[in-house]
Design a protein around this ligand. Structure first.
Ligand code: AMP
Length: 220
């Protein structure tokens, strides 16, 4: 199964991806997580990406495409892309890569979410500095204030989740990433799912769509 999960920052892609990759045995390729990990480890890629990520800007296409291609080359063959592609150029490069490797995208899932809800979610999001688990000050509070339920490490606000940077990220999303919805709708198995519901309801809806594609014999 090869899946692209589209949606604005804060739509719930990361939370949902974790459940889906576990359930369907796919590799989770989340470009934002990879960049944060590379920045933390101070690798060459991390150093190149750091300024863009902190300011909420997109990392240049060449860097992202090369990084994703390396992950796909090394992977087991089943994957879910989360946060990639984010520009038309990245989508076209992905198509070229897949064609030259005799692969295709089985389905594109689009998590739709109103902008006002996205801003509220992102600015109240807190992330564990240890394991990366994600909390929300309103909807998923940790048991002990400021500490991760799973590993006990401190919860932090991602630098790019501050209000000013969130607004910039959403403008970039609307300009550069939103056009991918039309791109994929026109040429792939494309399903829009309402992301403005409980986590479990969204998961059920996404699984329902994946199961339909699997039952039709595609994406084995
Ligand atoms: P995310 O965790 O998906 O919100 O990504 C965090 C940041 O990583 C983004 O604001 C960008 O700076 C960078 N990033 C992640 N994925 C991409 C991508 N596909 N293209 C360019 N930059 C990306």
């Amino acid at each position: 199964m090869h899946i692209v999960l589209l949606g604005s920052p804060g739509a719930g892609k990361g939370t949902q991806s974790k459940v889906l990759v576990e359930k369907y045995g796919m590799e989770h390729i989340a470009t934002g997580d990879i960049f944060r990990s590379e920045i933390g480890k101070k690798t060459t890629l991390g150093q190149k990406a750091e300024n863009y990520v902190k300011k909420g800007m997109l990392v240049p296409d060449e860097l992202v495409v090369e990084m994703v291609a390396a992950r796909l080359d090394a992977g087991s063959g089943k994957w879910l892309l989360d946060g990639f592609p984010r520009t038309l150029g990245q989508a076209q490069e992905l198509d070229k890569y897949l064609t030259s490797n005799s692969q295709n995208i089985d389905m594109v899932l689009y998590l739709a979410m109103p902008k006002s809800e996205v801003i509220a979610r992102l600015t109240s999001r807190r992330t564990c500095s240890g394991c990366g688990d994600v909390y929300n000050l309103h909807t998923r509070k940790p048991q002990a204030e400021g500490k991760c339920d799973k590993c006990g490490e401190t919860l932090i606000q991602r630098e790019d989740d501050s209000e000013a940077t969130v607004n910039k990220r959403l403008m970039i999303y609307e300009d550069l990433t939103q056009p991918l919805v039309a791109y994929y709708r026109s040429q792939h198995e494309f399903q829009e799912v309402d992301g403005n519901r409980s986590v479990d309801d969204v998961t059920s809806a996404l699984c329902g769509e994946i199961d339909k594609v699997a039952a039709a014999g595609r994406g084995k």
